[in-house]
Design a protein around this ligand. Structure first.
Ligand SMILES: *Cc1c(COP(=O)(O)O)cnc(C)c1O
Length: 575
């Protein structure tokens, strides 16, 4: 893949998952950002990452026997791990100068190309206590704290890159970093010696030519908005740019709209998500680049060894995973048995609960929030007991944190624990606390099937099922996000319910889930294990070879980063 010809890209993301010991991410968005940069390094692409240091992390999750969640800070010290960047910059927050420095984390690719990631940090003695805390907690604090953080990320990050001589394009990964557009607009005016009131369409277009925006959520509450009065307090004089360039939405600043207005290429993260986003924002042309995962990061050791033996080129070029079709089924089964045992050993170590390697094991782990419906499979416990009695034993491993203020998400974790108590030995359920990268790795590679049942169409993409596919773990999932593209019924996994665009009764998914388990998946697993292994192998060959960030970053390079890359014209005439 030729990447040398694109201008340098600065990739801005509020969260980036770098490694297990660095708690700078909360979930899918951060994992995707990390995987993107890892693949960019493999491809030798001229990209740098920008995020915050998050010294107190997201949080560590603790669960009691009833599933009541409590949280504690997950402190880490960048100074003990990373070299400092020899530059610092100043941004204005609420009229105060705030000093911003950065730590550098290097991601090294397969051929030793380095992608640096700058972790911005305001914990400096010259800043006030409040300002020192601005880069502490991911998604913590109130609206004001959040907006101040976004100033540090977008404007502080852009200023730091300018000090480092970055002069290329900017990829805004979700709206949190959209204030970098305002920084670019400000600088453009300064360069041409114009005042704020003289901002014109040309100026906004000049910013637009340099920006790429990826939107990640079809949930309206997932888009950051700030009331005008707060924005004026925090941004001070620069808020006048929003006035003169007409960048407010009513009485609010909507970060998604700001990014949409200021980007030449806009995309959703799966085909369905593009359609949903296009309906939400009909006046902007939105394209689709489906997410992926970093293949070597998310493949378990037994499958890495297996691929190295049969298709050694897979590390450099993930498309070679297509040739997993030639791997003998016995080898697939053997590698999976090893990955499953590794998961069960770690589950036992962490929870004291020993599960049976011969029993069909369902994995379910993701952020605990209502639309993800962690408790759906427990809707009818008698039905579940009857399935297990008549078709074969089942055990389920759960993981997932609820945001500290998401009471409904916390309630779901308690519901799963209640069901676990009610089912007892009829069907063993284990909830492993503190879902993070390593646990994600173990669960997606060691389960026999990866269950996902969000409420449609709220899953923009989902990536954990892609990790599972790389490890030969088929998905059993509602047709939403990436699974609409990845599901070949009975070949790469199984669907729950129809792929219909019309609003449906979400409770319809319950009988569909039970039907698939009772009549299709469990009978195949226990009755025709080699047919089951074929589905596993297909998951690798058909889905692993496509739903990876190497393909995804190549698509960004060809469609977005390349000179002139812009979203497709609107199909509708609504602009
Ligand atoms: C992959 C991953 C996610 C995202 O998975 P989804 O399927 O998008 O929910 C979240 N958290 C962790 C720790 C992960 O590894």
């Amino acid at each position: 893949m030729a990447t040398g010809s694109i201008p340098a890209v600065a990739y801005f993301s509020m969260e980036i998952c770098l490694e297990e010991a660095i708690p700078t991410y909360s979930g899918g968005l951060g994992v995707l950002a990390g995987d993107t940069l890892r693949s960019a390094a493999d491809l030798g692409a001229p990209i740098v990452g920008v995020t915050l240091a998050h010294r107190k992390g997201y949080f560590r999750q603790h669960l009691d026997a009833d599933g009541v969640q409590t949280e504690s800070a997950w402190n880490w010290n960048p100074e003990t791990r990373l070299p400092p960047v020899p530059h610092a910059v100043t941004v204005e927050v609420e009229g105060r100068p705030v000093r911003v420095r950065a730590w550098r984390y290097d991601i090294r690719g397969v051929s030793d190309h380095v992608v640096p990631v700058y972790l911005l940090d305001t914990d400096l003695p010259e800043n006030s206590d409040y300002d020192r805390s601005l880069t502490d907690t991911l998604y913590g604090g109130d609206n004001r704290y959040r907006l101040c953080q976004e100033v540090v990320l977008g404007m502080g990050g852009a200023a730091l890159l300018a000090a480092l001589d970055h002069d290329g394009q900017y990829h805004i990964n979700e709206g949190h970093a959209a204030l970098l557009c305002l920084w670019l607009l400000d600088r453009r005016l300064a360069e041409r010696g114009a005042s704020v009131s003289e901002v014109g369409v040309d100026d906004v277009e000049a910013v637009e030519r340099r920006c790429i925006f990826t939107t990640h959520t079809p949930v309206p509450a997932g888009h950051d908005r700030f009331p005008m009065a707060l924005v004026r307090e925090v941004l001070g004089e620069r808020a006048a740019l929003l006035d003169s360039a007409g960048l407010w939405e009513g009485e609010e600043l909507n970060m998604t709209r700001l990014a949409l207005r200021c980007s030449r290429f806009i995309n959703g993260v799966a085909l369905r998500h593009q359609e949903v986003s296009q309906e939400m924002f009909p006046e902007f042309p939105i394209g689709a680049i489906t997410n992926g995962v970093h293949a070597t990061t998310w493949t378990s050791a037994p499958f890495r060894d297996l691929f190295d033996r049969h298709i050694p080129q897979w590390r450099r070029d993930n498309q070679y995973l297509r040739y997993a079709l030639t791997i003998p089924l016995d080898d697939i089964r053997e590698a999976h048995a090893a990955a499953k045992q590794a998961m069960l050993d770690e589950v036992a170590r962490r929870t004291g609960q020993t599960l049976d390697p011969k029993v069909f094991t369902i994995g379910f782990a993701r952020r605990s929030t209502p639309y993800k419906r962690a408790d759906l499979i427990f809707s009818d416990l008698d039905r579940l007991r009857s399935i297990v009695r008549h078709v074969g034993p089942v055990q389920i491993v759960f993981g997932g944190k609820a945001h500290p203020r998401d009471e409904a998400g916390k309630f779901l974790i308690r519901r799963v624990h209640e069901a676990a108590h009610a089912l007892g030995d009829a069907l063993r359920v284990v909830y492993v606390e503190n879902y993070e990268m390593q646990l994600g790795h173990l669960l997606t590679s060691g389960s026999d099937v990866w269950l996902n049942n969000p409420m449609k169409p709220l899953e923009a993409s989902g990536t954990s099922g892609m990790k599972a596919a790389l490890n030969g773990v088929p998905s059993l999932s509602v047709l939403d996000g990436w699974w609409i593209e990845g599901c070949l019924e009975g070949t790469t996994g199984w669907a729950i319910g129809p792929d219909a665009k019309l609003p449906q009764d979400p409770s319809q998914d319950i009988p569909e889930l039970y039907y698939q388990l009772e009549r299709v998946v469990l009978p195949l697993y226990y009755g025709l294990p080699y047919r089951y292994a074929e589905v596993m192998r297909n998951a690798i060959a058909i889905n692993g070879s496509f739903f990876n960030t190497q393909r995804m970053v190549s698509q960004y390079i060809q469609n977005a980063y390349a000179p002139g890359g812009s979203s497709p014209a609107l199909l509708t005439a609504s602009r």
